[in-house]
Design a protein around this ligand. Sequence first.
Ligand SMILES: Nc1ncnc2c1ncn2[C@@H]1O[C@H](COP(=O)(O)OP(=O)(O)O)[C@@H](O)[C@H]1O
Ligand SMILES: [Mg+2]
Length: 323
Amino acid sequence: MPDGIVVVGADGRIQMANPAADTLFAAEPGGLVGRSIEDLVPPELAERHRRHRAAFEQRPTARPMNAYDKLLARRLDGSTFPAQIALAPVTLRGERCTVATVRDVTAQLATQERLARAVRRTLLAEDRERIARDLHDTVIQELFAIGMGLQAVVGELDETAPARARLDSAIDAIDDVIRTVRTVIFDVHRADDDVPLRTRVVETVAAVAPSLGFEPEIVLVGDIDHRIPPVVAEHLEPVVREALTNVAKHAGATSATVAVEVGDHLEVRVVDDGRGPGGRRPEGRGLLNLAERAAALGGTFHFGPREPSGSEMVWRVPLGDGA
Ligand SMILES: Nc1ncnc2c1ncn2[C@@H]1O[C@H](COP(=O)(O)OP(=O)(O)O)[C@@H](O)[C@H]1O
Ligand SMILES: [Mg+2]
């Protein structure tokens, strides 16, 4: 879009305007000529503009019109746009006039804003990265060391020593804490909404994989990145993480599959070849939580045995109209 140029007489009337100026201010071709320049200023700024113009007439020098920090120009239809304006005095047929060059900087401002956001995001990401690294390098390593120390003590104890069971459960507890910290690290890494949902699913699985001891298979079907509304999307990672963490904690499996399918429903299916839900402890919160999440979205939740062995978790919610 070329710059709009208007020539304004000492009386504030527009004497000439180029076609770009007509377009910029939503005027008919030639429609700006004869109008007051204050017609192109938002009404609340018109009086101020008149005063500034009078001052300019006193000492006319070429300059950017930066008297107001954010300049708004007004189209003839009343809408406004951010403008960059430069003024230059000229003499036309003996009359002192002003040439105003007007540029719509909407796109420029948007680019600047995007750039500023990107910089802020990068700084935040660096912060998060550092926190995650600290957690990983210090907290997890120290917990590991404590666990190893206890393990060594267990090795020195008599098979029947009563302290053995207590130490074993302490070691289990430490393992649990390590798993939790890993999840936190993962969330810290992941706190960026710009990451597409498919990627987040893959990353969630990758985060749990170390405690599984094998790489689960991932099956993604349908347009997962675009078809899932935010209110549903926010559940996807927690559901996958809980189901897969259960496989790691309880199943003793050698393989597992995480399948996410999008159609008129979002279906998350996690199956393993482990010992199955037979000896299921009822006190867990995890499965209840999954059931509640499904119910809140008008969906269903199922957890049960799978043939020939292992367990199957199916979490399924409707995606509603247009999905
Ligand atoms: N994949 C699985 N294989 C075998 N048992 C499982 C599996 N998932 C869950 N369970 C059983 O169901 C119980 C309840 O799970 P959950 O509600 O997530 O609680 P938690 O994981 O805290 O024990 C578990 O304690 C476990 O006995
Ligand atoms: Mg659980």
